[in-house]
Structures are given as structure tokens and as C-alpha cells.
Design a protein around this ligand. Structure first.
Ligand SMILES: C[S@@+](CC[C@H](N)C(=O)[O-])C[C@H]1O[C@@H](n2cnc3c(N)ncnc32)[C@H](O)[C@@H]1O
Length: 230
């Protein structure tokens, strides 16, 4: 079902993101990359980076730019279960190896990546426990995992952002893509999703340690930075 949602909105996914987030989604990804690179300690000359649920490739683009600014050489991989999202990504991130597949069963060897990012993907996984196990398996020891997600925050700003998300986002998303249900799904999935601290506990149970939890303006998106190992 999730895969079909994203297949149906792929062509207009980027446009809707810019509109509904008032361009903030770019800012969130940029900050997430910057924070992740601060805690990354590359073990080799060239590092391996994987973006899980890469969608149309925005996070990969951002990662490449930020790593280049730091003079770090890297090879890039993207994984997604939606063929149509990957079709869009192919044009935007020709430097990355894009792989069709599911986070719950990744076609990569154990301990392959120094850095893994997942932007607005974890909420969509059908079996989160299994996917977290896979993220652990394919990350190198002491590797960094950056999870960017939506959640509700009890602050005034957070409540305002949540009100906007549930009342305006499905309307705009529906108008632009013709698939209002896909954006109603977005609201439902945020409602059902664990709060950031509960989520970090899920990762800790799988063997990660939490490095940082940070909310981004206007407190509807957060970043969870984790390291493989205790
Ligand atoms: C909200 S989009 C985020 C895309 C991109 N990361 C971004 O920042 O714009 C969620 C993506 O997760 C993908 N996805 C959902 N469940 C997945 C799974 N179990 N395995 C791999 N990809 C998945 C969808 O196809 C979709 O492209």
C-alpha cells in the first residue's frame, strides 16, 4: 500500500514537499546532513553512504554537497521500494547507485556503510523492528545513522505546526497530485508513529546508542542521531 502511494505521487512529490513545508524540508535535510557529518569519524579515505527510503534523491544530493564541502570522498547508494520515485531520482542523482528494495530486507552485505540516513522513511516501514535490525546489520561498527522524521511536539509552535499539517497538507497534496488519500495517510502515519524518545529506545534495544535528538523549526520535524554499538 505504501509503495503504491508513493508510486502514484512520485512525479509531483518534490513540488508538493516544497509547497506544504514552505521550503523548510530542504532546510531540515541540510541540517540533518550537517549534524551527521559532525559526529562521523571516517575510518578510510573513501567512505560508503547509504540513504534508505531515498525517494526522489533529495537527501543524497544534500549528502554529496556537504561531504564535498568537508573534502570527504564517498560512494553513494540509495534504496527505495517505489519504482516511480527511483525513476525521478535517477535523473537527479546520477552519481548514486540506486537500488530497488525494502528496508526490511536490504540487498547489502553486513557492515557495508559508514553512514546511513533515513529521511521521512522510518514512519512508513511496514515492519519497523525488522528494518531497524537491517540498518544495524549493514552499518559498520561505530557507523552513524541519522533518522529524520515527523512527530508531534507539545509546545505551542509544535501544536500549531501539527494543526497546519492535519488540516492544510491533505488539501494541498490532493490538489497538486490528485491523490488526497496519500496525504491523509501522511497525517495518519504521524499520529500512529512513536514519539522521538520512544523511537530512540527502539533503536537502543537493537544495539544503537543515541547521540542526539534535535527538533527543527517549527517543531514538527526532528533528527535522531545514533551510533552502532554501545
Ligand atoms: C516520505 S518519502 C521520503 C523520501 C525521501 N527520503 C525524502 O526525504 O524526500 C518515503 C519514501 O520511503 C519509501 N519507502 C516506504 N517504505 C519503504 C520500505 N519498507 N523500504 C524502502 N523504502 C520504503 C517510499 O517509497 C518513499 O519513497
Amino acid at each position: 500500500m505504501v509503495k503504491e502511494h508513493f508510486n502514484s505521487i512520485a512525479e509531483r512529490y518534490d513540488l508538493v514537499n516544497r509547497l506544504i513545508s514552505l521550503n523548510l524540508d530542504r532546510c531540515w535535510r541540510r541540517k540533518a546532513c550537517e549534524e551527521a557529518l559532525k559526529v562521523l569519524s571516517p575510518s578510510e579515505d573513501k567512505i560508503s553512504v547509504l540513504d534508505v527510503a531515498c525517494g526522489t534523491g533529495d537527501m543524497l544530493r544534500c549528502l554529496r554537497k556537504k561531504l564535498a564541502e568537508k573534502g570527504i570522498d564517498a560512494e553513494f547508494y540509495g534504496l527505495d521500494c517505489s519504482e516511480n520515485m527511483l525513476e525521478v531520482a535517477k535523473k537527479k542523482v546520477p552519481f548514486a547507485r540506486l537500488v530497488h528494495g525494502f528496508a526490511e530486507d536490504m540487498p547489502f552485505r553486513d557492515e557495508s556503510f559508514d553512514l546511513i540516513t533515513v529521511a521521512f522513511g522510518v514512519r512508513n516501514f511496514s515492519d519497523r523492528e525488522k528494518a531497524i535490525g537491517e540498518l544495524y546489520r549493514v552499518l559498520k561498527p561505530s557507523g552513524v545513522l541519522a533518522v529524520l522524521e515527523f512527530s508531534r511536539n507539545p509546545s505551542f509552535l509544535g501544536k500549531t505546526a501539527w494543526f497546519y499539517t492535519k488540516s492544510v497538507v491533505p488539501l494541498i497534496g490532493g490538489l497538486v497530485t490528485g491523490d488526497e488519500e496519500a496525504y491523509a495517510y501522511l497525517v495518519r502515519s504521524i499520529r500512529r508513529f512513536p514519539r522521538p524518545k520512544e523511537l530512540s529506545k527502539e533503536f537502543e534495544r537493537a544495539g544503537f546508542s543515541t547521540l542526539r535528538l534535535r527538533w527543527f523549526f517549527p517543531r514538527i520535524a526532528f533528527l535522531l542521531l545514533l551510533r552502532k554499538g554501545r
